[in-house]
Design a protein around this ligand. Structure first.
Ligand code: ZN
Length: 155
Protein backbone atom coordinates (compact mmCIF):
# COMPACT_ATOMS: atom_id res chain seq x y z
CA UNK A 1 0.00 0.00 0.00
CA UNK A 2 1.45 3.43 -0.87
CA UNK A 3 2.10 5.89 1.94
CA UNK A 4 -0.63 8.53 2.36
CA UNK A 5 -1.11 11.43 4.77
CA UNK A 6 -3.34 11.32 7.88
CA UNK A 7 -6.09 13.95 7.65
CA UNK A 8 -6.06 14.37 11.46
CA UNK A 9 -2.35 15.02 12.10
CA UNK A 10 -0.69 15.11 8.66
CA UNK A 11 1.69 12.20 9.33
CA UNK A 12 2.28 9.57 6.65
CA UNK A 13 0.55 6.24 7.29
CA UNK A 14 0.45 2.84 5.62
CA UNK A 15 -2.52 0.74 6.82
CA UNK A 16 -5.84 1.93 8.25
CA UNK A 17 -4.68 3.54 11.48
CA UNK A 18 -2.28 6.49 11.68
CA UNK A 19 0.91 5.41 13.48
CA UNK A 20 1.31 8.84 14.97
CA UNK A 21 -2.12 9.86 16.37
CA UNK A 22 -4.09 6.60 16.15
CA UNK A 23 -6.89 8.15 14.08
CA UNK A 24 -8.62 6.01 11.52
CA UNK A 25 -6.82 7.41 8.50
CA UNK A 26 -8.47 5.19 5.90
CA UNK A 27 -12.03 3.92 6.42
CA UNK A 28 -12.42 0.12 6.54
CA UNK A 29 -15.27 -1.03 4.32
CA UNK A 30 -15.84 -4.60 5.59
CA UNK A 31 -15.77 -6.47 8.91
CA UNK A 32 -12.49 -8.10 7.76
CA UNK A 33 -10.93 -4.66 7.18
CA UNK A 34 -12.28 -3.46 10.54
CA UNK A 35 -10.53 -6.44 12.13
CA UNK A 36 -7.25 -5.43 10.42
CA UNK A 37 -7.71 -1.82 11.54
CA UNK A 38 -8.40 -2.96 15.11
CA UNK A 39 -5.26 -5.16 15.02
CA UNK A 40 -3.20 -2.14 13.89
CA UNK A 41 -4.75 -0.02 16.64
CA UNK A 42 -4.03 -2.65 19.34
CA UNK A 43 -0.42 -3.02 18.14
CA UNK A 44 -0.01 0.78 18.21
CA UNK A 45 -1.36 0.95 21.80
CA UNK A 46 0.92 -1.92 22.86
CA UNK A 47 4.11 -0.25 21.56
CA UNK A 48 3.28 3.28 22.76
CA UNK A 49 4.46 5.02 25.92
CA UNK A 50 1.94 4.99 28.76
CA UNK A 51 0.83 8.62 28.34
CA UNK A 52 0.38 8.08 24.59
CA UNK A 53 -1.67 4.95 25.40
CA UNK A 54 -4.06 7.12 27.43
CA UNK A 55 -4.50 9.46 24.45
CA UNK A 56 -4.99 6.52 22.06
CA UNK A 57 -7.62 4.98 24.34
CA UNK A 58 -9.48 8.31 24.51
CA UNK A 59 -9.42 8.95 20.77
CA UNK A 60 -9.32 5.45 19.24
CA UNK A 61 -11.90 4.52 16.58
CA UNK A 62 -14.76 2.14 17.36
CA UNK A 63 -15.73 -0.54 14.80
CA UNK A 64 -19.29 -0.86 13.45
CA UNK A 65 -19.25 -4.65 13.14
CA UNK A 66 -20.60 -6.24 16.34
CA UNK A 67 -17.90 -8.94 16.56
CA UNK A 68 -15.11 -6.34 16.14
CA UNK A 69 -16.85 -4.04 18.63
CA UNK A 70 -16.82 -6.88 21.17
CA UNK A 71 -13.10 -7.45 20.37
CA UNK A 72 -12.47 -3.75 21.01
CA UNK A 73 -14.24 -4.11 24.39
CA UNK A 74 -12.19 -7.17 25.34
CA UNK A 75 -9.02 -5.20 24.53
CA UNK A 76 -10.17 -2.49 26.99
CA UNK A 77 -10.93 -5.11 29.66
CA UNK A 78 -7.34 -6.39 29.32
CA UNK A 79 -6.02 -2.87 30.07
CA UNK A 80 -8.15 -2.22 33.18
CA UNK A 81 -6.23 -2.81 36.40
CA UNK A 82 -8.14 -1.67 39.49
CA UNK A 83 -4.96 -1.98 41.61
CA UNK A 84 -3.01 0.52 39.50
CA UNK A 85 -1.46 3.30 41.58
CA UNK A 86 -1.71 5.85 38.77
CA UNK A 87 -5.04 4.93 37.24
CA UNK A 88 -5.04 7.19 34.16
CA UNK A 89 -4.70 4.30 31.68
CA UNK A 90 -7.35 2.23 33.45
CA UNK A 91 -9.65 5.27 33.57
CA UNK A 92 -9.17 5.79 29.83
CA UNK A 93 -9.77 2.07 29.14
CA UNK A 94 -12.99 2.17 31.21
CA UNK A 95 -14.10 5.27 29.28
CA UNK A 96 -13.53 3.48 25.98
CA UNK A 97 -15.30 0.37 27.31
CA UNK A 98 -18.32 2.55 28.18
CA UNK A 99 -18.38 3.85 24.61
CA UNK A 100 -18.25 0.25 23.34
CA UNK A 101 -21.14 -0.72 25.67
CA UNK A 102 -23.26 2.22 24.48
CA UNK A 103 -22.56 1.33 20.85
CA UNK A 104 -23.52 -2.30 21.57
CA UNK A 105 -26.83 -1.03 23.02
CA UNK A 106 -27.61 0.59 19.68
CA UNK A 107 -27.13 -2.60 17.63
CA UNK A 108 -29.87 -5.16 16.91
CA UNK A 109 -29.58 -7.40 19.98
CA UNK A 110 -28.67 -11.07 19.95
CA UNK A 111 -27.45 -13.43 22.69
CA UNK A 112 -23.74 -12.79 22.13
CA UNK A 113 -24.13 -8.99 22.11
CA UNK A 114 -26.29 -9.10 25.26
CA UNK A 115 -23.83 -11.37 27.12
CA UNK A 116 -20.79 -9.30 26.09
CA UNK A 117 -22.53 -6.05 27.04
CA UNK A 118 -23.59 -7.43 30.44
CA UNK A 119 -19.99 -8.57 31.12
CA UNK A 120 -18.57 -5.17 30.03
CA UNK A 121 -21.05 -3.26 32.20
CA UNK A 122 -20.25 -5.50 35.18
CA UNK A 123 -16.53 -4.74 34.68
CA UNK A 124 -17.23 -0.99 34.49
CA UNK A 125 -19.41 -1.19 37.64
CA UNK A 126 -16.73 -3.11 39.60
CA UNK A 127 -14.04 -0.60 38.59
CA UNK A 128 -16.19 2.42 39.51
CA UNK A 129 -17.19 0.86 42.88
CA UNK A 130 -13.51 0.21 43.71
CA UNK A 131 -12.58 3.78 42.72
CA UNK A 132 -15.35 5.16 45.00
CA UNK A 133 -14.15 2.96 47.91
CA UNK A 134 -10.55 4.11 47.41
CA UNK A 135 -11.65 7.77 47.37
CA UNK A 136 -13.67 7.27 50.57
CA UNK A 137 -10.76 5.55 52.32
CA UNK A 138 -8.39 8.30 51.15
CA UNK A 139 -10.68 11.02 52.54
CA UNK A 140 -11.17 9.11 55.81
CA UNK A 141 -7.39 8.77 56.20
CA UNK A 142 -6.89 12.49 55.52
CA UNK A 143 -9.55 13.34 58.14
CA UNK A 144 -7.78 11.15 60.71
CA UNK A 145 -4.38 12.73 59.92
CA UNK A 146 -5.88 16.25 60.06
CA UNK A 147 -7.52 15.49 63.43
CA UNK A 148 -4.21 14.13 64.74
CA UNK A 149 -2.35 17.27 63.63
CA UNK A 150 -5.10 19.37 65.19
CA UNK A 151 -4.59 17.67 68.56
CA UNK A 152 -0.81 18.07 68.35
CA UNK A 153 -0.97 21.77 67.43
CA UNK A 154 -3.96 22.93 69.48
CA UNK A 155 -4.27 19.97 71.86
ZN1 ZN B 1 -2.57 10.96 12.43
Amino acid sequence: MPSRTCCTCGSPYLGFVCDHCGALASAPTSPEQERQALDEYRALVARSERQQQVQLLKSGFLPYDSAQLINAGLHCVSLIDSNEVIASRSDAAVGRLEAVAIKLDLLPQDGEIRRANAAFRAKIGDYRAKARRDTFLGLALMAIVATGIGYLVFG
